[in-house]
Ligand binder design. Structure first.
Ligand code: GLN
Length: 191
């Protein structure tokens, strides 16, 4: 049973814990470096990336997360979590830091005010049927490095990407009962 932590200083932690537990993972909240050490994989949820960054700094999680991801720990970032996993962001706060690992540039709040939040059926590479994707003040990917695979796009921009053992979506796969994105992620965690 893989030990999967969910970054829990801020964001929609509970739904991810529920999804992961349903899939048979040993899922738990991560608020301290000791909890991060236990992780075979990490989920960084949706929420507010600027708050996540500040809290991760304050509670000494930012550097340990960087180190674990650099060392190959699988991670799934959704929405604000995608921003946290991106090497580069645009539309962030001045000095806003990320954990990084994904060789992408991500634009925060990319879909603009008119379409603040929306839902759509989205084809995802590796899944037979589309997912019902919920976007909430979501980022999109503006630029990808050579090792990044685009798994899904919306409005001509990537909204799901994979690089090695890192997976990120602009949308919220945890909000309905569809567990296929979490399953894709768990497939990246060495058994
Ligand atoms: N707009 C948020 C941010 O920049 C992300 C929104 C979300 O995670 N639902 O962090």
């Amino acid at each position: 049973m893989p030990a999967i932590g969910v970054f829990a200083l801020q964001g929609d932690v509970r739904e991810h814990l529920h999804a992961l537990t349903e899939l048979g993972a040993d899922a738990f909240a991560v608020r301290r470096p000791e909890e991060l050490e236990r992780c075979d994989g990490l989920v960084v949820p949706g929420g507010e990336s600027t708050t996540m960054w500040k809290l991760a700094r304050t509670f000494d999680l930012l550097e340990p997360m960087r180190a674990r991801i650099k060392a190959g720990m699988p991670a799934l970032g959704t929405c604000a979590g995608m921003i946290m996993l991106a090497d580069r962001i645009v539309g962030g706060m001045p000095d806003q830091e990320t954990v990084g690992g994904l060789d992408v540039t991500v634009r925060r709040n990319a879909f603009g005010r008119q379409v603040d939040s929306f839902e759509t059926q989205l084809a995802v590479v590796g899944l037979d049927d589309p997912v019902h994707a919920v976007f909430i003040r979501a980022p999109w990917v503006e630029q990808t490095g050579p090792d990044v695979e685009v798994l899904a796009s919306a409005m001509d921009h990537p909204v799901a990407v994979r690089q090695g053992r890192l997976l990120a979506t602009s949308f919220h796969p945890e909000v309905d009962g569809d567990r296929r994105i979490h399953r894709l992620f768990l497939d990246l965690v060495p058994g």
